[in-house]
Design a protein around this ligand. Structure first.
Ligand SMILES: Nc1nc2c(ncn2[C@@H]2O[C@H](COP(=O)(O)OP(=O)(O)OP(=O)(O)O)[C@@H](O)[C@H]2O)c(=O)[nH]1
Length: 432
């Protein structure tokens, strides 16, 4: 990607708006150069408009920064370009590699190029401070700007950094047919609504046909209807209906007639671009700022929701541990009520192990329970060894009683054995 210095002469302290519209340099417009996206159907004259506009601005001592986004241009460009898509993307190779036709390869080239567009727009933001206009030529495949992701990325990236407008170039000669005119206007409309950027419609090639008829059709529905009535096709009826719908759309359009070949109407074009740029700052910038803030707020809310979910999951984990502890405590208390302290201690140890999450003796009414690591409740006045000692003492008593009972049973059984033995020997000694 080349980024050579623009060939235009050094700018004098006169603003783009003032020079182009013949105003005083006292009126200070934005110092950031507007980005002008030149869009139009193949053959409408975009490249020639780029060439004429660059030289016209250069003659007025205004600096331009040129960008070529058309990968299919053969040979030298007709305008001075600082950045050329052909330096990074070889569209013929793409055709071969992906088995694509020229249109598909051009759209793919643009889409590939837009993957670098964020970096490019950062560079443009700097260059926009050193230049008066950033001019961008695009391929004739205008579907890039109506439905392809690449067009939207380009427009968003530019508009986020520079005042951006669209110059839509129309071939006036081919618009003389009202149905073709309507077809062109529908494209204009769809690009306007897709890009949402300030718009200038440029009727080119006015050296061949004046664009007055087109302006009249846009301003006066009856004039268009009369032209359409001469057509007898189905589409003429559709064109008539559509012109009614587009009435509102026309009223908000900036329209300029030029001849890129002869250089007619160039001052009007520059003035329209400056107006569109001012419209961007006045109407579009606040909307973009609002959108940016909404997106930031959305992102912040999303992050907060994730944090809340994380915290909720963590609390749920703690609750499970706490519930287990409560259950153990309840059973332990029940066991305590029946007087089996040993059972309580054993239960506590079976559930958690000694010194683990929770240990709590329900029969110590004077206990002060203090949380430990948020999970355990332990009687501060009681030491772990107490339990151990209790276990030992009570364990001793218990085993002695058992043994005594065992001894007693053994003794009883021995006595009954002796008694049975004595009885049998008495029978044996009895004289016959
Ligand atoms: N008479 C006349 N011819 C023009 C004018 N502008 C452009 N042309 C001619 O129209 C043809 C197409 O011009 P380009 O500038 O290549 O058009 P483009 O829109 O860039 O075309 P693509 O690159 O194919 O999209 C060329 O033959 C130009 O000489 C004009 O104002 N008057």
């Amino acid at each position: 990607m080349s980024d050579a210095a623009a060939p235009a002469p050094a700018a004098e302290p006169v603003t783009a708006t003032a020079a182009a519209a013949g105003q005083s340099s006292q009126q200070q417009p934005s110092k950031v150069a507007p980005a002008v996206l030149v869009i139009g159907m193949a053959g409408a004259g975009k490249s020639m408009v780029m060439q004429r506009l660059s030289s016209h601005l250069s003659e007025n001592r205004l600096k331009t920064y040129g960008i070529n986004l058309d990968p299919a241009v053969v040979g030298d460009l007709s305008f001075p370009a600082n950045i050329d898509i052909r330096d990074t993307i070889h569209y013929k190779k793409l055709m071969e590699e992906h088995n694509l036709g020229p249109n598909g390869a051009i759209v793919l080239s643009l889409n590939l190029f837009t993957t670098q567009f964020d970096q490019l727009s950062n560079l443009l933001a700097q260059r926009a401070l050193e230049n008066d206009f950033v001019l961008i030529d695009t391929p004739g495949q205008i579907e890039i700007f109506t439905w392809s992701a690449g067009g939207a990325i380009i427009c968003d990236a530019l508009a986020s950094r520079l005042p951006t407008c669209v110059v839509y170039v129309v071939d006036t000669v081919r618009c003389q047919n009202p149905v073709t005119f309507m077809s062109n206007m529908l494209y204009t409309c769809s690009i306007l609504y897709k890009t949402q950027l300030p718009f200038v419609v440029v009727f080119n090639k006015t050296d061949i046909v004046k664009h007055d008829f087109a302006v009249e059709w846009m301003r006066d529905f009856e004039a268009f209807e009369e032209a359409v009535s001469r057509e007898s096709s189905y589409t003429s009826g559709l064109a008539r209906s559509l012109s009614l719908v587009l009435d509102e759309f026309y009223s908000n359009l900036r329209v300029v007639g030029i001849s890129a070949a002869r250089g007619d109407g160039m001052n009007d074009l520059v003035e329209a671009i400056n107006e569109a740029s001012a419209e961007f700052e006045r109407d579009y910038r606040p909307k973009l700022e609002q959108l940016r803030k909404e997106k930031e707020a959305e992102e912040a809310a999303r992050q907060q929701a994730q944090l809340n979910k994380f915290a909720a999951d963590k609390n749920a984990g703690m609750k499970v541990a706490m519930n287990l502890s409560d259950a153990a405590t309840a059973v332990s208390a029940a066991a305590g009520a029946s007087g089996s302290r040993k059972a309580q201690v054993k239960l506590s140890k079976i559930n958690y192990g000694k010194g683990s999450h929770e240990e709590y003796d329900s029969d110590d009414s004077d206990s002060a329970y203090t949380p430990r690591d948020g999970l355990s409740y332990m009687n501060e006045n009681e030491e772990d060894e107490d339990d151990a000692d209790d276990d030992e003492a009570e364990g001793d008593e218990y085993s002695t009683a058992e043994e005594a009972e065992k001894e007693r049973l053994q003794f009883e059984s021995f006595k009954s054995f002796l008694a049975s033995q004595n009885a049998s020997s008495a029978v044996a000694k009895k004289p016959q």
